[in-house]
Design a protein around this ligand. Sequence first.
Ligand code: PLP
Length: 393
Amino acid sequence: MLSINKNYLNLKESYLFSEIGRRANAFIAANPDKKVIKLGIGDVTLPLCDAVIKELSAGVSDMASASTFRGYGPEQGYDFLKGAIKDYYAKKSVSLEKDEIFVSDGAKSDLGNILDIFGRDNTVLIPDPVYPVYVDTNIMDGRSVSYLKANEENGFRPLPDADTKGDIIYLCSPNNPTGAVYTKDELKVWVDFALSNNSIILFDAAYEAFIIDNELPGSIYEIEGAKKCAIEFCSLSKTAGFTGTRCGYTIVPNDLVFDGVQLNKLWLRRQTTKFNGVSYIIQKGAAAAFSDEGIKQTRENIAYYRRNASVITSTLDKCGIWYCGGKNSPYVWLKCPNNMDSWTFFDYLLNNANVVGTPGEGFGENGKGFFRLTSFNNYENTVEAMKRFENML
Ligand code: PLP
């Protein structure tokens, strides 16, 4: 008789966004005259930049004539895009080989798929609060997960201590949901820990383009030794507004050797077997996002979001509320005022300021008592929402 993967039955239902929607819709139905502003948005809202649109269109035209038409492409991505990504890393003083770069349809897929190349007996260490994909993909495989406490004391940038254990370690910086960014010294502590414990770090750099502070690392490979212990996942979703267009990349350095096997070769084998590459048209657009013009234009969009984030953080400063994030991240993570728990604060904010945010406890145990606001709404709404926020308090 057919059996199923029973690990799926161990997944917790995620009620976070449906519950937010339910409460917000109930409020809107009961108060049709009130304008509700959503600062819980986790998706970009500005359109793709001109440089990207131009190359997407050029890609469409290429498909229209036999001489430039493309069928199956290389599973790991076209050379022109891998070259553009390699040059992008060179600007951060990180030198990569093209065969270390794997183009994907976004970071989420690869964060889940990478687990194919690791044994199910590995222990997994995941910071809490966290982007839920890391936890759920490991539960699907039946791995045991332990959590690393991120909190106000460690600035939501936890470091290993004498009791820390984990074969597979997840780090996300700039972080979703907290907006916290590890410094180079802090990442070095993690790299040294991984090297001495024979662990692998899965480093999620999906929000690296939001970093404006030059001292902060946008890639784990800015840290010495990282190429021997880390895989990096990145995406054009937040960098260039590709959440609906879909393109990302994963770096698997040739120096990563575990059990006498090069991980790069395992991942190549996995990808060439189970993945048939990202569409040529999308890769054309993605390469344009890394051109000088593309970087200039996408950074203008990011600057727009960052201005919204500064509207949020300056209001929190005025109100004397503890927070992290916001400067090098689209997310602001605040401590709920007056010791409210995160759902109580959600209701309070919705009822008194007609603003919707995201309760921190939806991202894990350590998110209790915290709240996430995002900078993805437009400027006018963000200003209006934060005025109401200030008046409310
Ligand atoms: N990693 C983090 C931390 C995210 O917040 C997200 C999306 O919200 C992703 C990865 C997924 O990115 P992509 O759109 O490239 O799949």
